[in-house]
Design a protein around this ligand. Structure first.
Ligand SMILES: [Zn+2]
Length: 99
């Protein structure tokens, strides 16, 4: 069974990138996925897909230009809202204890 933990355990950046491009959501759980880049940014699945050439190029040449993949992150990993650094879309809404 494939899930996002598998990608994390393998620890291969391109495996992480491929997973976000393909899966969009982590199963089990259905949490939204995003790709963390080596410069500390976050890319949404749509941008990973649209910018795939940049993602794979940056990984190949080792250039931390905002597209180089580092790891998968999932909505359940953080309580904070996360927006995509490329398109500014809200990827994770974030959780709050306040109603
Ligand atoms: Zn995006």
């Amino acid at each position: 069974m494939r899930n996002y933990m598998e990608a994390l355990q393998h620890g291969h950046p391109m495996a992480a990138a491929r997973m976000v491009r393909r899966e969009r959501y982590a199963w089990p759980g259905g949490y939204a996925l995003a790709l963390v880049t080596t410069d500390g940014g976050v890319l949404c699945p749509d941008c990973v897909r649209d910018q795939w050439a940049s993602v794979s190029w940056s990984h190949r040449v080792g250039c931390s230009d905002g597209f180089r993949p580092a790891a998968v992150t999932a909505e359940c990993d953080t309580d904070e809202g996360v927006t995509c650094d490329h398109c500014s879309r809200v990827i994770f809404e974030g959780f709050s204890d306040e109603d």
